[in-house]
Design a protein around this ligand. Structure first.
Ligand code: TA6
Length: 273
């Protein structure tokens, strides 16, 4: 395990006999995970992403907290501040079959100006042939959360996501009607929140399957910007929208934490099959 600085950001590089992984300390963001058994990375990262202080990295698994989406308050960053702040790597355990890293973020001047509450936020990442991510929030105030995961696919047009359930809210005017209820296929921009997902989703692109096992997740968000929106995104190259699909583990419908529920955890286990 080593630490480097890439452009403006400190990265943690892990080379293990079972997998390779990279984290950004900004956002405790998993940027790369490829088990030795996988033919290509499981997690997608844009070739055009910025690595600048305070700027969101395009790809990987951004942590959206203490709010998901756009805030109703001026100057509040989309998807909260957790992905833009520098976390601490507080614990690392390296074993033959697994590497466990615990990252922590707590309040600072910037966060207090946006969210006037003390808090502790932990990401416990357990990497091996599987990738288990547990997000734990300790704050006696309302928050919502999402692990905004970008998964690498051969081609978005040949991708099907199953296990989504049948109830969803579509954030777009023109929705992409799935070919099969409970599954999602992609032939235009998709931005959808599934509100009664199954415990397991599978991302299939015809070459491999990625299985997602969820714990304490109330919503699954599926997103692909498609052609027009991708063209407006400086941190996406040309047709790179075709190489990823976002399938996000979220807790949106009701507070992830609140005064009555000051501690809560959400977890996803990712497997490349
Ligand atoms: O998760 C879907 C979404 O909320 C989309 O609406 C789109 O905004 C995407 O997240 C990416 O957001 P970002 O702030 O990372 O550009």
């Amino acid at each position: 395990m080593s630490k480097i600085v890439y452009d403006e950001l400190p990265l943690i590089i892990i080379k293990h006999n079972l997998f390779d992984a990279i984290f950004s300390l900004q956002g405790a963001q998993l940027l790369h995970w490829q088990p030795k058994s996988a033919r290509s990375p499981v997690i997608w990262l844009s070739q055009n992403s910025l690595f600048k202080k305070g700027k969101a990295i395009r790809g990987g698994i951004p942590i959206c907290w203490p709010w998901f989406g756009n805030s109703n308050q001026k100057d509040h960053p989309a998807h909260g501040f957790a992905r833009n702040e520098l976390w601490q790597l507080t614990k690392t355990v390296i074993k033959d079959d697994i590497v466990s890293c615990t990252f922590m973020l707590t309040e600072n001047e910037v966060t207090l100006s946006l969210f006037p509450h003390e808090f502790k936020l932990y990401l416990i990442a357990e990497l091996g042939e599987k990738c288990k991510l547990t997000l734990r929030a300790e704050v006696n105030f309302e928050s919502t959360v999402a692990l905004h995961s970008y998964f690498e696919v051969t081609s978005i047009q040949s991708t099907l996501v199953s296990g989504l359930g049948e109830i969803y809210c579509d954030k777009l005017a023109t929705e992409n009607i799935p070919q099969k209820i409970g599954s999602m296929t992609f032939d235009q921009e998709v931005d959808r929140i599934y509100q009664q997902p199954e415990l397991v989703q599978t991302v299939m692109d015809g070459q491999r399957s990625i299985r997602l096992s969820q714990h304490n997740v109330t919503d699954i968000v599926t997103w692909n910007p498609w052609i027009d929106k991708a063209k407006k995104m400086a941190d996406l190259t040309g047709d790179s929208y075709q190489q990823f699909v976002c399938v996000e583990s979220a807790h949106l419908q009701h507070s992830f934490t609140s005064f009555n529920k000051p501690i809560n955890e959400l977890q996803v286990i990712i497997e490349s099959l």
